[in-house]
Design a protein around this ligand. Structure first.
Ligand SMILES: [Fe+2]
Length: 394
């Protein structure tokens, strides 16, 4: 067994944008200080402009990740934004740069393959699934895309539904939101049983091949603070029941609290790591990504109406919910081949859109207060204490 102590960092969504070096300036030291560095790549990467792409949506280069990130998860809702070309180019880039990757590929068996990284005889496996849709991102036997948690629709007579509960479902399911199908009938989406069982088997099989397994779910209701839906807990519990040593998630552009289940940590939402998206700002002047004929102002207004907040104009490249400035990275201390300590690294995004790492300072304590609040609001059970500049989860 591995005797050396290792540190592993898993961070949230990466959209590196136009100036990756500048946006990574304050996190490089953090990355350099860890033995294993992982994050979620939210958009496919192309090194040439495609007709379906948009200059504001294209990351200029991923080169600053080389030597600083060991593994990227690809199973997100944007991975098929540039179709097969984007899927192929991203996978090729990762392979050329020797960055391990999982959750996306040229067909479903490629997308489902776990990724492994190894150091000093310690082998860490990662599986990644898109749990938010849309279904066109899902890879098939003959088509590229992501590994996924499938969902299926069922129809329920409205008069049998508890209205409080129905409203809650409507609020938290986003792409899986219930819809009126006929008079008095509601259509709901649920996690597909076959898909869930398949994921459990894949987790068990991957665990057999490594010392420590991380399962990543791209999940969470976007732009809605605190909420962790019952299905998110269920899915994460099933992952741990079947061999995951830790579950990590991102997607909602907001941080989520942590849950301890059977002694293992579930990071329900790490929020963004770096997210450069000026095209989503109300101040943005230019063509909307993916829709060359649409009316910017109208589109931005409908986005504001849909999500219920107006982005702060002082954050022109980071037009998210006001609470989205608080971000997390999961830090694991690994001893003798297992997790000795689950921790948090705290980050805050400033008006320039650049995240800064904060230890036990006034700003660090402000971020921790927020994490304590959202943990309590979501009725999660983790508690936190400072150890140096890390937060230890217990
Ligand atoms: Fe996402």
């Amino acid at each position: 067994m591995v005797n050396k102590r290792h540190t592993l960092l898993f961070a949230g969504d990466l959209v590196l944008g136009a100036e990756p070096e500048r946006y990574m300036a304050y996190i490089n030291n953090l990355l350099d200080s860890c033995d294993f560095r992982m994050a979620h790549l939210e958009e496919p990467y192309l090194d040439e402009m495609l007709e379906c792409a948009n200059e504001f949506k294209l990351t200029s280069t991923l080169e600053p990740l080389v030597g600083r990130i060991d593994l990227l998860t690809l199973a997100g809702n944007h991975f098929y934004d540039y179709g097969e070309a984007g899927v192929a180019a991203t996978v090729q880039w990762c392979e050329k740069k020797q960055i391990a990757h999982c959750g996306g590929g040229s067909n479903i068996s490629e997308a489902k393959k776990p990724a492994f990284v190894e150091k000093d005889g310690l082998k860490i496996g990662v599986l990644a699934y898109n749990a938010v849709g849309p279904k066109y991102t899902f890879a098939t036997d003959t088509r590229g895309g992501v590994s996924y948690v499938n969902f299926t629709r069922a129809y329920v007579p409205e008069h049998l539904l508890d209205q409080t509960h129905t409203r809650l479902e409507n609020d938290i399911w986003d792409l899986k939101k219930p819809v009126h199908m006929d008079t008095g009938m509601m259509g709901f989406n649920f996690i597909d049983e076959v898909s869930c069982d398949e994921i459990c088997s894949e987790i068990a099989a991957a665990k057999d091949q490594c010392n420590l397994l991380i399962v990543y779910f791209h999940k969470g209701f976007v732009h809605q603070p605190s909420v962790v839906a019952p299905w998110e807990k269920f899915l994460s519990h099933r992952a741990i029941d079947n061999g995951a040593d830790v579950v990590v998630s991102s997607h909602s552009h907001l941080a989520r609290g942590i849950e301890i289940y059977k002694g293992r940590a579930i990071y329900h939402g790490l929020n963004n790591f770096i997210c450069y998206v000026p095209q989503l700002s109300p101040l943005f002047k230019g063509k909307i990504p993916g829709d060359r004929n649409s009316d910017n102002e109208k589109w931005i207004k409908s986005r504001v109406e849909r999500f219920g907040f107006v982005p702060d104009p002082d954050y022109p490249t980071y037009p998210f919910h006001p609470e989205s400035i608080y971000c997390l990275a999961a830090k694991l201390i690994i001893e003798n081949g297992s997790i000795a300590s689950n921790r948090l690294i705290l980050l805050k995004v400033e008006k320039d859109g650049i995240p800064r790492v904060h230890g036990n300072t006034q700003t660090g304590r402000e971020i921790l207060d927020y994490i304590v609040k959202i943990t309590k609001d979501a009725e999660l059970n983790a508690r936190y204490k400072w150890e140096g500049d890390d937060i230890v989860i217990f």
